[in-house]
Design a protein around this ligand. Structure first.
Ligand code: ATP
Ligand code: MG
Length: 279
């Protein structure tokens, strides 16, 4: 049965994002707990468009590793609310900030799930475009869900280059800074998500954004130059060959050499991962 705003009781604020607030809520009749994302949809038409795009993506996705949405409704005053499944450990960024150490074996378990989610999205012609630790939710069982489809895109016939410069620049692949690559036939639109995955895994392991020293604040021009003209970042010595190779397959600067989600699922770093066994 459908959930309505009146059935939900706010428990606490979980966090604030761009243009919205996420609350932990309880369904009065069933006591089920959800995350309610409230976006101010009345002010800016661009924001409203984004919100409606996110809603339409969430309505058409059904994967164990993509966040589930149980309803989207309008609130008084023009706000729009998404009722989503609640993930009790927050995001991977929260864990990084709390100093959680991610071992290779934990990363391979998380990675297999992220890849499963990405393969699902890509096979449904959805590009996430903003994959990063703060958009990956996790629970006590170490199950992860990809979230935040605010800037994602459902591919129709053609790519709109003018509309492609979105997402957090820091995790963007080199070709996304290059206007010429959008016209190219060989430009693999899904490969940008794989680059972001590679950076995310590296960040989980080293504990900070790989292009910057710990605590260093980004200077966007320098960062963009490093991404486009520098060597891609790599794992330090002492990590396994499988892990290093996996990250390398994701962080190919030439997007046509980058592996796809399906190919990566067969990579030795994640192919043997048993998601049933405990971490
Ligand atoms: P941005 O607007 O750039 O995406 P953000 O990811 O921080 O920033 P939101 O997606 O609005 O913004 O989420 C804000 C915070 O709320 C998240 O960082 C996370 O801690 C929490 N949160 C979001 N969705 C859930 C959920 N389904 N379950 C538990 N916590 C959540
Ligand atoms: Mg987010």
């Amino acid at each position: 049965s459908a959930i309505s705003a009146a059935d939900l009781e706010k428990l606490q604020v979980l966090g604030h994002g761009n243009g919205g607030t996420v609350y932990k809520v309880r369904h009065k009749q069933t006591s089920a707990v959800y995350a309610l994302k409230v976006v101010h949809g009345n002010s800016d038409p661009a924001v409203r468009r984004q919100v409606l795009r996110e809603a339409s993506i969430l309505r058409r996705t059904d994967s164990p590793h993509v966040i589930k949405c149980h309803g989207v409704f309008d609130l008084p005053g023009g706000d729009i609310a998404f009722c989503m499944e609640y993930m009790d450990m927050g995001t991977l960024e929260t864990l990084l900030k709390n100093g959680v150490v991610f071992t290779e074996s934990l990363i391979s378990k998380l990675c297999r799930q992220i890849l499963t989610g990405l393969e699902y999205l890509h096979s449904h012609k959805i590009i996430h475009r903003d994959l990063k630790p703060s958009n990956i939710l996790i629970d006590q069982k170490m199950e992860i869900k990809i979230s935040d489809f605010g800037v994602s895109k459902i591919l129709q016939r053609t790519l709109d280059p003018c509309n492609s410069y979105v997402g957090t620049c820091a995790y963007m692949s080199p070709e996304r800074f290059d206007p010429d690559s959008f016209g190219s036939k060989n430009y693999d639109v899904y490969a940008g998500d794989i680059w972001s995955l590679g950076l995310t895994l590296l960040e989980l392991y080293v504990g900070h954004f790989p292009y910057l020293a710990p605590g260093q604040r980004p200077d966007w021009a320098t960062l963009m130059c490093a991404i486009c003209f520098g060597e891609p970042p790599a794992l330090p010595e002492g990590t396994s060959g499988e892990f290093r190779s996996f990250v390398e397959c994701c962080l190919q600067k030439d997007s046509s050499k980058r592996w796809t989600a399906t190919q990566l699922l067969a990579h030795p770093f994640v192919s043997g991962v048993d998601l049933q066994s405990s971490a």
